[in-house]
Write a protein that binds this ligand. Structure first.
Ligand SMILES: [Zn+2]
Length: 76
């Protein structure tokens, strides 16, 4: 399950986690309207597990190999 959080750096606020990106976008749009006159403040973003930005399989394999090598070395 993925979670998303809207963060506004300018206001120093992170909103509660929501379960869909759409929900986070609604919070973002509402905050932009109420606090920033509809504009996009510096450093506002939606943090979370976007399936499109997950590490690729090759990244996971490289990480796994690195961990295995590290374990192998530490046993010497
Ligand atoms: Zn703000």
């Amino acid at each position: 399950m993925s979670v998303y959080k809207y963060r506004c750096d300018k206001c120093g606020i992170t909103w509660d986690e929501v379960s869909t990106k759409h929900q986070a976008e609604l919070e973002r749009d509402q905050h932009r309207r109420e606090a920033h006159g509809g504009g996009a403040p510096d450093g506002d973003r939606i943090e979370g597990a976007d399936p499109g930005s997950w590490p690729s399989a090759s990244t996971l394999i490289v990480t796994l190999v690195a961990v295995v090598l590290l374990l192998a070395y530490s046993r010497r």
